[in-house]
Design a protein around this ligand. Structure first.
Ligand SMILES: *Cc1c(COP(=O)(O)O)cnc(C)c1O
Length: 385
């Protein structure tokens, strides 16, 4: 049976070659340091696991959940927004649970696009924005994220004709892969832009709780009028080391919450309720773990920045997220450089072209290993260069 054209047109898996090399190095018994993966290495905090364990024993949680999430979960999300950002949300109509934010990000295009419709997609970016668009039969208009613009899409550069056609606009700050942050002023510009062209803004805030040097990431929904034109995708994955649990939410625009809810009620049946209770415990419980996590990533970032300065790599020290985006030294493509570092230093870094065409010429480092391993990795590279 022939697969769909949309499936055939999925981008090739760029890391296939690198993964073969990683496998080969490991087979030889070499000590490979992985600065490639965006998956936290720390365990989920104990009180969250305890909440899951309690909830798992309650037969009321063994049945189909509501596809939009327990009201109790949505109320907890709304209170968290109130406490963290001063944003007022109606839990009944402005919050929906997700099976991880990736699920909602992929499905929102299917809920909104007809064949040939256009989404505004950042490049480089988390691949799901463009892939969701494509699987829905739509087309991505790429918004280049460039160093000279602080890795923010330049809204004036989007042709009016494209903006008029566009349905969704994806943005993501703190940003994966560039580590850039956006301030409320920028979000306000996005709100104005979306209002004038009737676009639904989809802000991915997966890294909002990981910030350094006292920086606090704003929510898109803090910008006046944001809930009239947009939604925010959020996740417990990075803040509470819960990537495997599959729980997140979308909040903001009422219509979008209703539309995605209607879509999801036909596709999945929501998040296991015991996991929702764990999510409630995460958001309502002590946030000391989050502070510790920030401290840990900041130490890793500092170790990385110190080691990388000695390598004369060109990069900006990130204020949020857990990635550092680095220029490839001249004379190499992204892939060539990453393969060379892997072969000669047994250190995995991710080529920037895996995040889109404008990522060529860069690579990404993830702070998902100990500071001492980061230092060792950079030491190996220093000896090599
Ligand atoms: C990790 C990540 C997510 C979170 O995905 P979940 O499905 O919630 O685990 C979302 N967006 C970006 C950019 C990410 O890097």
């Amino acid at each position: 049976m022939k697969e769909s054209t949309a499936m055939q047109n999925l981008p090739p898996y760029l890391f296939a070659r690198i993964e073969k090399k990683i496998e080969a190095a490991r087979q030889q018994g070499l000590d490979v340091i992985n600065l490639g993966i965006g998956d936290p290495d720390q365990p989920t905090p104990e009180h969250i696991i305890a909440a899951l364990t309690r909830a798992v024993h309650d037969p009321a949680n063994h049945q189909y959940p509501s596809s939009v999430g327990l009201l109790r979960y949505r109320e907890t999300v709304a209170s968290w927004y109130q406490g963290r950002f001063g944003v007022e949300l109606d839990p009944g109509t402005q919050v929906i649970s997700l099976l991880g934010s990736k699920e909602g990000i992929a499905h929102i295009s299917m809920a909104y696009l007809d064949a040939g419709d256009v989404n505004l997609v950042p490049d480089p970016g988390y691949p799901v924005y463009g892939i969701g668009t494509q699987l829905a039969g739509g087309t991505s208009y790429l918004m280049p994220l460039k160093e000279e613009n602080g890795y923010l899409p330049v809204l004036e550069d989007i042709p009016a004709q494209i903006a008029q056609q566009a349905k969704l606009m994806f943005i993501n700050y703190p940003n994966n892969p560039t580590g850039a942050v956006a301030d409320l002023d920028y979000f306000q510009q996005v709100v104005e832009f979306a209002r004038s062209y009737d676009i639904l803004v989809c802000h991915d805030a997966a890294y909002s709780e990981l910030a350094y040097d006292g920086y606090q990431s704003p929510s898109f929904l803090q910008a006046p009028g944001a809930a009239k034109v947009g939604v925010e995708f959020h996740s417990l994955s990075k803040t509470y080391n819960m990537t495997g649990w599959r729980i997140g939410w979308m909040a903001g625009n009422r219509e979008a919450v209703e539309v995605l809810g209607r879509f999801k009620s036909n596709v999945d049946s929501g998040v296991f309720q015991a996991v929702q209770y764990a999510g409630i415990a995460a958001l309502e419980g002590s946030q000391d773990g989050v502070a510790d996590l920030q401290k840990m990533y900041q130490e890793r970032r500092d170790a990385a920045v110190e080691g990388m300065r000695q390598l004369n790599w060109s990069f900006q020290s990130p204020r949020g997220g857990f990635y550092i985006w680095v220029k490839v030294p001249s004379g190499f493509t992204s892939t060539e450089y990453c393969e060379m570092i892997l072969e000669k230093a047994q250190v995995i870094i991710t080529p920037g072209n895996g995040y889109g065409q404008y990522g060529e010429g860069y690579f990404r480092i993830a702070l998902t290993v100990d500071a001492s391993r980061i230092t060792e990795a950079l030491q190996r590279i220093k000896e090599l260069l």
